[in-house]
Design a protein around this ligand. Structure first.
Ligand SMILES: Cc1cc2nc3c(=O)[nH]c(=O)nc-3n(C[C@H](O)[C@H](O)[C@H](O)COP(=O)(O)OP(=O)(O)OC[C@H]3O[C@@H](n4cnc5c(N)ncnc54)[C@H](O)[C@@H]3O)c2cc1C
Length: 368
């Protein structure tokens, strides 16, 4: 059975070179006396057959938070970071949030995650969860309500009122798509209604009719992308002009597969097992019409789940966290995945950026 004993070796501040030398000496001793350097950060944990020994090198015990790293979010970003950190010997704690597995958990088919010709979002995320758990990740099924800076790290307040402290944090809380808010939207989500043309557009090949809702760059990009697959694309906008960049508008208007429906909004989404049509209301004359469609793509914006750290880090105008290669403006606080400004809102990008975050976190812990 593992037990822990704490050896305090003078708690003096070591310069980086002495710290690296000490670690090297322990690695060599490990080979000779059959123990393993299990974890390296401000605390160095040595695993014996019968015991773990924790040696602390640093300014003092009281300023060392209880966890090395806490990951907030359990989508592809959070779980990938956990997998990489666990394999490097750090024990990550993942706060799962109210949607364990993240946005993909409710997605029927994913066709663009490398290694899987076709996989359900639920299967993919369950595989990531079991891989992270197998490697030693600790899951806590709670939401984080607040994050603040403390001496030596961060303090997280959970939904239950409990608190955690950690030297480093990864924010991998993702983003949610804005909804129209009309009847039928929830019923036909993933049954013809989608928020992602890259994900679901290629499924609508041939003579299909699709509609896109929105008027910004995203909506125009989605419409252009969908025109490669569908027979006809309608772009529905509330106003009489688009907000998208001029160059995007030029491409849109030059595309004869795309037709604009101006001054209109979707008031109802109709179907039986799957989406069949949408009800549209025109603002100029209050008229209504039914448009038969095979797919409806909603591109009216996204909201990042960044409120818990908004006082700690720099964000862009829409609240997305500004991060350069996962480093934020707050030392020790890293961000990856959909919550990051300018990130490609795709699972592979969330996973890839998070692998980098793991590397950065590892380096950060070594240097403490
Ligand atoms: C319908 C749909 C279909 C999609 N299809 C595809 C596809 O086919 N291919 C593809 O590559 N991408 C697809 N995407 C996009 C993909 O889902 C995202 O890019 C990806 O999930 C982002 O991963 P993430 O880890 O950054 O965030 P998310 O997956 O959003 O995960 C965020 C996590 O953070 C947690 N969280 C949030 N706030 C808190 C908090 N305060 N405390 C604790 N936890 C918190 C949530 O519970 C969740 O677990 C699709 C998205 C949608 C909505």
């Amino acid at each position: 059975m593992d037990f822990y004993c704490r050896y305090v070796l003078g708690f003096r501040t070591l310069d980086e070179e002495s710290k690296k030398n000490s670690i090297r000496k322990f690695q060599i001793l490990g080979f000779r006396f059959n123990f393993q350097l299990f974890q390296a950060s401000a605390r160095i944990r040595l695993r014996f057959l019968f015991a773990d020994l924790i040696m602390s090198i640093g300014p003092g015990e009281s300023s060392i938070p209880e966890n090395d790293v806490v990951i907030v979010g359990s989508g592809p970003a959070g779980l990938t970071c956990a997998i990489y950190l666990a394999r490097s010997g750090v024990v990550p704690v993942v706060l799962m949030g109210d949607v364990p597995g993240g946005q993909l958990i409710k997605t029927d088919v994913i066709e663009n995650y490398p290694g899987f010709q076709e996989v359900s979002g639920c299967d993919l995320m369950m595989k990531m969860m079991s891989q992270a758990e197998f490697l030693g990740t600790k899951f806590i099924y709670e939401q984080v309500n607040a994050v603040s800076k403390i001496d030596g790290g961060f303090r997280l307040v959970l939904n239950s009122g409990e608190t955690l402290s950690s030297m480093a944090i990864l924010i991998a809380t993702g983003a949610t798509h804005k909804k129209i808010g009309c009847p039928g939207e929830d019923d036909f989500t993933n049954k013809g209604v989608s928020w992602c043309a890259t994900c679901d557009g290629p499924l609508l090949k041939g003579n299909k009719v699709v509609a896109v809702v929105g008027g910004g760059n995203t909506a125009v990009t989605e419409a252009l992308f969908l025109s490669k697959f569908a027979g006809r694309v309608f772009l529905i906008h509330r106003r009489s002009g688009l907000r998208a960049d001029k160059i995007m508008q030029d491409k849109l208007f030059a595309n004869d597969k795309i037709e604009m429906i101006w001054n209109s909004e979707v008031t109802e989404i109709l179907g039986d097992q799957a989406l069949k049509s949408i009800r549209l209301k025109n603002f100029t004359d209050n008229s209504e019409k039914i448009l038969e469609v095979d797919g409806l793509f909603i591109a009216i914006g996204t909201v990042p789940a960044s409120s818990i750290v908004r006082d700690l880090v720099d964000t862009d105008d829409n609240g997305y966290i500004k991060a350069a290669n996962t480093l934020t403006s707050c030392d020790g606080l890293f961000a990856a995945g959909d919550v990051v400004s300018g990130s490609l809102k795709q699972a592979i990008f969330a996973a890839g950026s998070s692998a980098l975050a793991a590397k950065r976190i590892e380096e950060y812990l070594w240097m403490r």
